[in-house]
Ligand binder design. Structure first.
Ligand SMILES: *[C@@H]1O[C@H](CO)[C@@H](O)[C@H](O)[C@H]1NC(C)=O
Ligand SMILES: *[C@@H]1O[C@H](CO)[C@@H](O)[C@H](O)[C@H]1NC(C)=O
Ligand SMILES: *[C@@H]1O[C@H](CO)[C@@H](O)[C@H](O)[C@H]1NC(C)=O
Ligand SMILES: *[C@@H]1O[C@H](CO)[C@@H](O)[C@H](O)[C@H]1NC(C)=O
Length: 561
């Protein structure tokens, strides 16, 4: 009896020890109610899943405002991802009714207010992915609870259209393209208009993203439509300048899709009418990656076809000419040291095969694929640079690592360094920060020289070593703590070293004349700050390579049709 009374009393105490709660929140479309998740004593994260930020979009149309709803929307379930091919490219998943977002609000004893807000754009080659992608032991990789709770920020994750439905374009006013970018813009705008009701500060929004999501962040920064909409931006492993981030010949791709769905017509108007009447599932399948196509010729990069275009509107010009628009935002950017490894392993399989050696012919073959718009001169000059540290009898492992470095540089690192420079050179007062993430890979079976693989940063940023502690070691929790601190400090103050969260070392700003970067792993100390990341390689690709004459790739593509 006494024990029971005690239990009841403890129950009452626990109940009153729980954190504050928003309960029902009034948004522009109607009322929503989420669900509280306990994170600790007096600490919860209130989660709202599946709030519509736009109406069901028309095919290849900009998103439209949501008509709203009556009653209380139970925001306790993720909604469908946007229609897309599955990872194995064998069928589709998702729905056209997909423009929803999710909000994670940290709560303490009293209701949160005026919190910094971080809006996340998922990656997936502009072809796949969702705000709640990749479930690991139950929760999505992008679950915002740990970041929100540990960083004291509101996390928002959003859906946007991908693949054929998100990015098909004729390169002119008939089908301008960039629907997925307009979705991102609509989501960020919704957050700007509504986040105050959730305890967020609409003037303190940071957008962040990884891979194609990072390129999306970069495009949002460069668009004239973003003025005043957010304040800061973070790109992880992708920028608008990445060679895979911009489709330069969208009409050729549209014709290819038309052929696959039986809409190919000599008359372009008839072809477009047919495409507009075609079944979205068939159109989406027509956008799948044909891996067999590249075995033996070309490189993986060539398969990443659906991407934003210069539409003269949302993206009015070549990305490199739009950095004046980005000057207003604080900017943090970086890459993983082996971002290109996964792609290099497809293009040159021998690099991951311990019983095979990678030959000079393999290396030159990859360079030929990457540099084909410049021809033979580029292959020789790039080869000379990349083999300059090999010595007369190169170690097999060194050659293999060089192959991964080439793809990392070309696809990720060099474009990111140029974006950082252009940002710093255009900035008037806004800050710029550069990092290199090089935590050793956790993927079993890779050769010993493999460091941080593409996307391996995300598990630490989203606090997985805390939410699923059994599959991580203490060093992973250290790294996770550091990343959450730097990222959320940046969202709060514009400086990753200043804010509520303690960081191991100050991270100096990247400027027009000084180019420091922070190397991020589980042991961050003074010596983790270095200067001029891979500057010999950056100057090769930006100066020597770009001065080589182009081979007129677009004309070739035209005559193919
Ligand atoms: C952003 O949030 C931080 C922390 O809450 C606050 O100090 C800062 O003044 C805010 N900035 C603006 C523009 O409101
Ligand atoms: C690795 O290379 C060896 C020797 O060239 C070859 O026999 C084997 O099939 C390769 N393994 C894989 C998995 O490709
Ligand atoms: C790979 O190269 C190393 C050193 O150059 C050599 O000892 C080894 O026999 C080679 N392996 C194969 C499978 O050719
Ligand atoms: C940025 O400015 C510096 C200093 O003037 C210059 O050396 C560098 O080339 C510029 N970077 C770009 C990408 O324009």
């Amino acid at each position: 009896m006494a024990t029971r009374l005690l239990l009841v009393l403890i129950g009452v105490w626990l109940d009153s020890a729980s954190a504050a709660k928003l309960g029902v929140v009034q948004t522009e479309g109607g009322r929503v109610e989420g669900k509280s998740h306990r994170m600790g004593l007096f600490r919860t994260v209130e989660v709202f899943q599946g709030i519509p930020f736009a109406d069901v979009p028309g095919k290849w149309e900009k998103p439209k405002p949501h008509p709203g709803w009556s009653g209380i929307l139970k925001a306790t379930k993720y909604r469908d991802r946007c229609l897309q091919v599955t990872l194995l490219q064998t069928k589709t998943q998702g729905s056209e009714d997909c423009l929803y977002l999710n909000i994670f609000v940290p709560q303490g004893r009293s209701l949160s207010s005026n919190l910094p807000v971080m809006v996340y754009l998922f990656g997936g080659a502009f072809l796949m992915g969702a705000s709640n992608d990749v479930a690991i032991l139950g929760d999505s990789l992008y679950d915002g609870k740990e970041m929100a709770d540990r960083g004291g920020v509101i996390i928002v994750t959003v859906n946007y259209r991908v693949g054929t439905m998100g990015f098909l374009s004729t390169g002119d006013a008939r089908l301008p393209g960039n629907y997925g970018l307009w979705d991102q813009h609509a989501a960020i705008s919704w957050v700007h208009r509504n986040i105050e009701a959730f305890g967020g500060n609409p003037d303190n929004i940071t957008i962040f993203g990884q891979s194609s999501g990072a390129a999306g962040v970069s495009f949002q920064m460069l668009s004239p439509y973003s003025k005043g909409l957010f304040r800061r931006a973070i790109t992880q492993c992708g920028v608008a300048l990445s060679p895979w981030a911009l489709q330069k010949n969208p009409m050729a791709l549209t014709k290819k899709v038309a052929r696959k769905v039986g809409c190919w017509r000599r008359d372009e108007e008839e072809m477009l009418t047919c495409l507009k009447m075609s079944d979205p599932v068939g159109l989406t399948m027509a956008g799948k990656i044909d891996v067999l196509l590249i075995l033996g010729k070309g490189v993986v990069m060539d398969l990443l076809e659906f991407s934003p275009v210069v539409d003269g509107d949302f993206i009015p010009d070549e990305p490199s000419k739009l950095f004046h628009n980005a000057a207003q935002f604080d900017y943090m950017a970086g890459v993983n040291s082996m971002d290109g490894h996964i792609f290099a392993g497809i293009d040159v399989p021998s690099i991951n095969n311990s019983t095979a050696n990678t030959s000079v012919k393999d290396v030159k073959g990859l360079l030929a694929g990457l540099t084909k718009e410049k021809g033979d001169a580029a292959i020789e000059s790039a080869y000379n640079l990349y083999s300059s540290h090999w010595g007369s009898v190169p170690e097999p492992a060194m050659m293999k690592k060089t192959v991964a470095d080439m793809e990392t540089d070309f696809l990720f690192l060099v474009p990111t360094q140029i974006a950082l420079q252009l940002h710093a050179n255009n900035s008037r007062g806004a800050h710029t920060y550069s990092y290199l993430f090089n935590m050793k890979t956790r993927i079993p079976g890779f050769p010993r020289w493999v460091e941080a693989e593409h996307a391996e940063d995300l598990q630490y940023l989203f606090g997985k070593p805390f939410s699923t502690p059994l599959v991580y070691f203490p060093r992973h929790r250290d790294l996770s703590k550091y990343m959450i601190a730097y990222w959320t400090n940046f969202a709060r103050t514009g400086d990753p070293s200043t804010g509520d969260n303690k960081v191991p070392v100050p991270w100096p700003a990247f400027t027009k004349h000084h180019r420091p970067y922070l190397t991020i792993n589980h042991k961050i100390r003074k010596s983790s700050v270095s200067y001029d990341l891979r500057s010999d390689y950056v100057s090769y690709w930006t100066e020597i390579y770009s001065s080589l004459l182009s081979m007129k790739r677009e004309e070739e593509a035209e005559t193919e049709n």
